[in-house]
Design a protein around this ligand. Structure first.
Ligand code: CP3
Length: 356
């Protein structure tokens, strides 16, 4: 198939092709820990940056230029399609703020399923610019993404970042049918949004269900899994682009994550890579799972942690990443140390025996 040896290392890892080292990228690899990002942010607000394809593409490429990762994730935010559905969105110092939360059936009925080109064309334009920029680096994968229905619904119901998800959970217990109606609408939106990203050049997509680890198994079965499945099977019906599913706090839920149909499951640091592999089996690839706080340790502490992960993860069906996003004050030299350790690991390994 076309994805065998000419496709980027990251895509090959998603398809579990044996490699001489795993690919590496980092969630939130573009952002405030980089002075070159900060320099752009000093001049433009966060949402303005997301909506300016030239600047968004520039910021997406900053970590590649500095560190040489195997993937470039387009610079955007999971809440962009939420705004396109008709929910006003602002970003403050403290993060996202949605002043008009969803409270009733009427609110849900008013939400639109936006045409991704018409309403979020700037995202597709960012991807097209990145595809063009990366045409001379075919080994680097272009990564698209979206928030998964549950995580996006939680922002619509809470109005921002939440500690306890009280509004979301009260709504689902009080109004389960309405919750399904809301999730269904978001699932349709996310499916066509990701399809458009693939058409615009995304070679891998990651579905962020960041807050799906906060619920019981029963709630996950009823309100989360079916919508992850709906999005992923919708994508699979039209393309071969691999899908990565990320859930923070997924330890007890891994068997359910596997049922999503994703090609790759991205795990956090609560589960060791070998435990995750044991639970997930070998038919899905694995991504993760360095604790972002490990990047605040001394280099002599950090390097052996990374080396141990390389041994544990192996070089087939494994993508080196963090267990969650890079934190704002992360020391740059430690990001470099992690990336270099992974990039140089090919030399340290025995060459693969060629198939005869
Ligand atoms: O480099 C990349 O990974 C691409 C860019 C990216 C951003 N947000 C940029 C961003 C991606 C993939 C996201 C996804 C995202 N956004 C998630 C899922 C990932 C996760 O962390 O679980 C979530 C939950 C959001 C919502 C969001 N956006 C929050 C909660 C915040 C505030 C917290 C924070 O880190 O500031 C944002 C803002 C945001 N998104 C920033 C960046 C670089 C910081 C904004 C700034 O520059 O001031």
């Amino acid at each position: 198939m076309s994805h065998s040896n000419s496709s980027p290392r990251l895509v090959q890892a998603c398809h579990k092709i044996p490699l001489d080292r795993p690919p590496i990228w980092m969630m939130r690899q573009a952002g405030r820990y980089l002075p070159e990002y900060q320099a752009i942010r000093d001049k433009v607000a966060f949402l303005g940056l997301c909506k300016n394809p030239e600047l968004a593409a520039e910021v997406s490429l900053q970590p590649l230029r500095r560190f040489g990762m195997d993937g470039v994730i387009m610079f955007s935010d999971i809440l962009i399609p939420v705004e396109a559905m008709g929910v006003p969105l602002e970003f403050t110092e403290k993060g996202p703020h949605l002043p008009q939360t969803i409270q009733s059936q009427h609110d849900i009925e008013r939400l639109i399923i936006p045409d991704p080109i018409e309403k979020t064309g700037f995202v597709m334009e960012t991807l097209r610019l990145l595809q063009h920029e990366l045409s001379t680096s075919p080994e680097v994968a272009l990564i698209g993404f979206a928030g998964a229905p549950w995580t996006l619904a939680s922002y619509m119901l809470e109005g921002g970042v939440s500690r306890n998800f009280t509004e979301t959970k009260a709504f689902l217990y009080n109004e389960p049918a309405l919750m399904h109606q809301l999730l269904e609408k978001i699932a349709q939106t996310v499916t066509i949004y990701l399809q458009a990203q693939m058409e615009a050049g995304a070679q891998v997509v990651q579905l962020f269900d960041s807050w799906a680890g906060t619920v019981s198994e029963e709630t996950y079965q009823e309100f989360i899994l079916p919508y992850q499945q709906q999005v992923i099977s919708g994508l699979k019906s039209t393309t071969e682009v691999p899908v990565i599913l990320y859930v923070n706090g997924s330890r007890g839920l891994l068997p359910l994550l596997k049922q999503s149909g994703a090609d790759v499951i991205s795990v956090d640091w609560q589960t060791s890579l070998s435990q995750a592999r044991q639970i997930l089996g070998s038919d899905v690839a694995l991504q993760g799972n360095l604790d972002p706080n490990a990047l605040f340790t001394r280099p002599d502490v950090l390097k052996p942690i990374v080396e141990a992960m390389l041994v544990e993860g192996g070089s087939q069906g494994y993508i080196f990443n963090l267990g969650h996003g890079v934190l704002p004050k992360t020391p740059i030299e430690n990001v470099k140390l992690v990336v270099d350790t992974v990039l140089n690991s090919a030399k340290a390994q025995r060459p693969l025996t060629p198939l005869t």
